[in-house]
Design a protein around this ligand. Sequence first.
Ligand code: ATP
Ligand code: LTN
Length: 334
Amino acid sequence: MIGDRRILFSGMQATGNLTLGNYLGALKNWVTLSDEYECYYSVVDMHSITIRQDPAELRKRARALLTLYIAAGIDPEKSIIYYQSHVSAHAELAWILNCFTYMGELNRMTQFKDKSAKHADNINAGLFTYPVLMAADILLYQADVVPVGVDQMQHLELTRDLAQRFNALYGDVFTVPEAYIGKVGAKIMSLQDPSKKMSKSDENPNASIYLMDDPDTIRRKCKRAVTDSEAQIRYRDEQPGVKNLIDIYSACTGKTPAETEKEFEGKGYGEFKEAVGEAVVSVLSPLQARVKELEKDKEYIDRVIRNNAERAGATAVKTLRKVQKKVGFPERPR
Ligand code: ATP
Ligand code: LTN
């Protein structure tokens, strides 16, 4: 708690180009939540190097992601937007928590299994302890809530277990965080295979709408989206392609799926897909314009990076010092 406001922490990796799924499922909710909570939104660049990265590319993407947070409407004067690598307490707490995490717990993590299958030539220790660094991110700021996708629930459970384990040994040190799963746009599916989620690492570029796609590309991708031969615009599981387009349209226009169904009753897929394309363009075009505007103001972004890393660091170090004392590290002479 800060004053009467609860604390929220979340982060995103700067790997790949962000998709409409990332925006509707995460970023858009972050903006809304920032009115209600004391928010920390991190660009988790330390997590990114668990997979081999091109250094110049990583730096560029990290900055683009931080800029996007601001462009999406998160106010860096209120919320804290920062690079994880600029606050060294993350690494320090992660080390300590590593010593309280069992191999068996990490062995069960499905993301580790998936990622090591995908990158069989680089199954490094960082990939294995990735969830411990994530726990450190969250616990450093005594976060009450953590908005994440369902795929991250297992990591959040581990975070809670670690917090409780530590508290049981040393007294109340950490707040035990809760997951926050958004309702709107919770899972946007691939436009080419609606049984898969829309993902920034999809090999088929037509499967995902990227946040920086130009209007014609967006319209074309929507037009080519896989549907079915039912010829009716209904929100039901039997029509996953159509259902997904209804979700996208509803999330972009603020309408409910039922209202969208009604709006397009008796209309054809062609007309509907065009409307979906326009709805996406009307959300992404202003976002892209704000990104371009912000990119011009290098000093402003630099200032945000510097100030917010300081603000985050000041909070993080308080928790870290408490933890260091609890585990028995020598005091620092003043
Ligand atoms: P990758 O494809 O590389 O696994 P990703 O696109 O799934 O990446 P993450 O970095 O894992 O992206 O997720 C960032 C945030 O975006 C998370 O909160 C996640 O739940 C959300 N998110 C990702 N894809 C979708 C989607 N298709 N629909 C809704 N939310 C999504
Ligand atoms: N693992 C998350 C990103 C992430 C995160 C966090 C999310 C790293 N640290 C702390 C919430 C809280 C992902 O891949 N989406």
